[in-house]
Design a protein around this ligand. Structure first.
Ligand code: KIV
Ligand code: ZN
Length: 529
């Protein structure tokens, strides 16, 4: 009885804790940064992970920016049924129409419209007078509000906007129907105390501010995006815009994992909660790195390879005596299950499926068969199979790209004596083709071999290798980025042999490129008819 009462009290307390909404813009502001572009399939995979992470809002794209952006907002709206799906629009009817159209099938939808309000941006970028900008704020928000119930408005370069004008614009945006007002530090110029005061000033001076949620959107040019966002929460902001791994324009956006774990770890200073399932953080971070080829630095907070590693003797001694001596959060709380060696060559299909579900994957039957086969192959090569190995194996395998080219075999001769030689067999459109070629090192030989067997106008832009787990038998995860006529594709593959992973990743990228070519010519044919 006592126990029950206690639980009810705890639940009651939990209910009274204010929520901070997490607005994820990895697929919009993040994807906008050089080298981070994703294709439709990659965006869908990321969107599914963001749903598993339980973010409140996903900014899925800028619908008018390109057909690709429109399609991804539309597809994400159709497939996901948890978070609010949002599309960005400038202060124009055309943009808002396009967002509304892309969001048509979303269960819960939001239009985010913005316009610059700083004197600098109005004069040089927009070449508009403040009164015209104010008219556009009212017009765009009212227009968007006629299309959807949930409208967010942002004054771009808000942190450098003159205060009277900023307050006026916010007041009018709320009157016109915005239920969220987002204050961006567009150029990452603010300092935490100053940004705190800006949010307090808005709370004190905008008469109808109680009718909207205050959101913040901070860039990281001075390395202060997370600090500024957290300061804003202490001043009254209740939504934070952020990205996985902090990717975004220039130095990036505020990093989701840092914000969420700061709120969770420092309850004494942040008596708030978020809906984020923090155990999915590592998986989200790794998927984004794999998909974009953008690895995080080893010492990156929360998701860096060293974030939970204790090297010095004094620290290790303290850890052994009591982990809280040097660990302010557990690795398990962010989904790092280092200690669990779970699966091995005796594990069956059912156990493998349960493991995938535990890791947050709900795969289709054919994907399961394929992943299980690759898991078995991996067990033959690797003594210990960790959760991270399984994640890499599944993430690399889920793809709706056509398999025009298949990797068949590779043997190599390399070392310090003479050029490296590769003997490579690929199956190209159903026919096995072989090449024997030498190169300046094994990677060069393999890549030369592949481009001899599959000719085209593509260039290699990135080759990145990452060890999935520790030990000399760890799987290597390789990302290869190819560019052809301005179109970029990333291929990933994991294998215990780094060179085999490199060849497979190149083949994955080529298949994506060919899929893209097919779609482009199909589209061109459709247009010419
Ligand atoms: O940084 C920025 O100002 C933006 C807005 C569109 C919110 O990304
Ligand atoms: Zn931004």
């Amino acid at each position: 009885m006592m126990k029950n009462n206690k639980k009810t009290k705890a639940q009651e307390e939990q209910k009274n804790i204010e929520q901070i909404k997490i607005f994820d813009t990895t697929l919009r502001d993040g994807e906008q940064s050089p080298g981070c572009s994703m294709n439709l399939e990659e965006k869908l995979r990321m969107a599914e992970v963001l749903q598993a992470l339980n973010v409140d809002i996903i900014e899925a794209g800028f619908a008018i920016a390109s057909n690709g952006d429109f399609e991804s907002v539309k597809k994400i709206s159709t497939i996901l049924d948890g978070p609010i799906i949002c599309s960005l629009s400038r202060a124009s009817h055309k943009d808002i129409d396009r967002s509304a159209e892309a969001l048509r099938y979303a269960k819960r939808k939001r239009i985010h419209t913005f316009i610059s309000t700083s004197a600098l941006h109005m004069k040089y970028k927009l070449q508009l007078e403040p009164k015209d900008v104010l008219d556009l704020v009212i017009d765009s928000v009212s227009y968007a509000r006629n299309k959807v119930d949930d409208v967010e408005w942002s004054p771009e370069d808000g942190s450098r906007t003159e205060h009277d004008f900023l307050c006026r614009c916010i007041e009018e945006a709320i009157k016109a129907g915005a239920s969220t007002v987002n204050i961006p530090d567009t150029v990452g110029y603010a300092i935490p105390d100053e940004f705190h005061d800006l949010i307090s000033m808005i709370k004190n001076r905008v008469p109808n501010i109680d009718k909207a949620t205050i959101s913040v959107h901070c860039h990281n040019d001075l390395g202060l995006a997370v600090a500024n966002s957290l300061s804003a929460v202490q001043a009254g902001a209740r939504q934070i815009e952020c990205t996985i791994n902090g990717i975004g324009e220039r130095a990036g956006n505020a990093s989701l994992e840092e914000i969420v774990m700061a709120i969770k770890t420092r309850k004494d200073l942040f008596p708030f909660s978020t809906n984020i399932k923090t155990e999915i953080i590592t998986r989200s971070s790794r998927l984004l790195s794999a998909v974009t080829g953008f690895s995080v630095q080893p010492n990156k907070a929360i998701v860096g390879a060293n974030a939970f590693a204790h090297e010095s003797g004094i620290h290790q001694d303290g850890m052994l005596k009591h982990s809280s001596t040097y660990e302010i959060m557990t690795p398990e709380s962010v989904g790092l299950n280092k200690s669990t060696l779970v699966m091995g060559k005796h594990s069956g299909r059912h156990a493998f499926k349960c493991k995938l579900e535990e890791l947050g994957y709900h795969v289709l039957e054919n994907e399961l068969n394929d992943a299980f086969q690759r898991f078995k192959d991996l067990c033959d090569k690797k003594k210990e199979v960790f959760d991270e190995d399984i994640i890499a194996l599944v993430d690399d395998g889920i793809s709706d790209t056509g398999e025009y080219i298949k990797f068949v075999s590779l043997s190599l001769q390399c070392g310090s004596k003479g050029p490296a030689k590769a003997s490579l067999v690929l199956n190209v459109m159903g026919n096995d083709k072989e090449v024997n070629i030498s190169g300046d090192g094994p990677v060069d030989a393999i890549f030369k071999g592949i481009s001899t067997l599959v000719t085209g106008d593509y260039d290699l832009q990135l080759f990145a290798v990452k060890a999935v787990t520790e030990g000399t038998d760890a799987q290597a995860e390789v990302t290869v980025r190819l560019v052809e006529n301005g179109k970029t594709v990333n291929g990933q593959a994991a294998d215990t042999d780094t060179m085999v992973a490199a060849a497979r990743a190149y083949v994955v990228a080529l298949n994506k490129l060919i899929t893209k070519r097919e779609k482009t010519s199909l589209y061109a044919n459709m247009m010419s008819k």
